[in-house]
Design a protein around this ligand. Structure first.
Ligand code: TXA
Ligand code: MG
Length: 337
């Protein structure tokens, strides 16, 4: 890859302190979480938040996730009832985002939550993210550090390739452990709504608070979550799902052992067929196969269970036709960031 990497700095103590200083000054810093890299800005600084939308080309109606160190910090931003507190205590810090009603007195920029009466909050477990949040001592708004609609970054080099020099600093914490975006759970109404599946699964959540409503792809006609568009997380070439044979010129993204032949290139998400390994490899390998010389990326079936549900959710969106995206945007439907 030939991207500028000058803003990439290892996440050592001195660089973390510098990153915190930049954030407090309203600058943008990309940092690792255990899910994907985030493009961070001081969530209380309107101008910094506006820069995030500009750099990502993110539609202004698609709100950002606000990151906090812990539940105590989160309670200053959003209203927690017993149910929300129970879920936060069980799954934070971790790969779960909660959509809750904003605190009236919250200093978080209204733009960060796209003017909605709700706000998405997450306390990440990644040590670098935690250290940064404590040093900044303010909530940090951070969508995935990629251009809107494209594949989320799981390595510092992916951030540089996607956003170039538009970001002031990229803290390098190596490859993200989970590799797929956080679960998004909406607890702002009476019924809990799963807005985006992730590594905190529906079963894990239901075990705590009972059955969830699910935001389906059909809901994307009138999405509960502004980022629930049909197509995003998408490579630049076509993606073909549940491939059981290879078409001419296709590259293969395989899963587990197989006997397929005839592909021009192959990457295997997990040669042993493990979903955790597949999630961690998903975006990096999709990037490696995203080359205009291939007709398409053919992807083998992934079991619809556990983490496979989140993987298939992202793959369905990556495979959704791009035609009509602009028309949907005009109707007020967003793309995920
Ligand atoms: O793992 C992750 O969640 C990463 C890391 C950096 O934390 N972040 C991430 O952010 O994936 P982003 O902006 O790419 O996705 C946030 C999703 C979008 O689908 C957005 O529409 C939804 O959360 N969201 C944010 N605020 C919301 C709100 N108030 N109501 C409903 N959905 C919301
Ligand atoms: Mg995103």
């Amino acid at each position: 890859m030939n991207e500028p990497e000058s803003q990439i700095k290892p996440a050592i103590s001195a660089n973390l302190k510098f990153a915190a200083k930049l954030l407090r000054e309203g600058r943008l810093v990309a940092f690792p979480t255990e899910t994907v890299y985030g493009l961070g800005a001081d969530a209380t600084n309107e101008q910094a938040i506006a820069r995030i939308y500009a750099i990502k080309s993110r539609p202004s109606f698609n709100p950002l996730i606000v990151h906090v160190a812990d539940l105590a910090a989160a309670e200053k931003v959003a209203v927690f009832d017993d149910r929300a507190r129970q879920i936060a205590k069980r799954f934070w810090p971790g790969s779960l985002t909660l959509v809750l009603k904003r605190q009236e007195k919250s200093k978080v920029s209204p733009t960060a939550s796209a003017g909605l009466p709700t706000v998405a909050l997450r306390a990440p477990a990644n040590e670098i993210a935690q250290t940064l949040l404590k040093l900044v001592a303010r909530p940090i708004a951070a969508p995935s550090a990629n251009r809107s609609g494209n594949i989320s970054p799981t390595k510092a080099a992916h951030v540089a390739a996607s956003l170039g020099t538009a970001v002031d600093l990229i803290l390098d914490g190596g490859a993200c452990e989970i590799g797929i975006e956080s679960t998004v759970l909406d607890l702002s109404g009476d019924a809990p709504y799963l807005l985006r599946p992730g590594s905190v699964t529906e079963e894990m959540l239901a075990a705590e608070i009972g059955p969830l409503q699910r935001a389906s792809l059909e809901d994307s006609k009138k999405p509960r979550s502004p980022g629930m568009a049909d197509r995003h997380y998408a490579p630049s070439i076509p993606v073909r799902l549940n491939a059981t044979a290879i078409e001419p010129g296709e590259a293969l993204l395989s899963f587990g052992p197989h006997s397929l032949t005839g592909f021009t290139a192959e990457r295997n998400l997990s040669p042993s067929g493990e979903l955790i390994e597949a999630a961690a490899n998903l975006y990096g390998l999709l990037r490696e196969l995203d080359w205009p010389g291939f007709q398409a990326i053919a992807i083998m079936p992934i079991p619809e269970e556990g983490l496979g549900i989140a993987i298939n959710d992202r793959l369905r969106r990556a495979a959704a036709p791009s035609a009509g995206v602009d028309a949907k945007l005009a109707q007020g439907q967003g793309k995920d960031g």
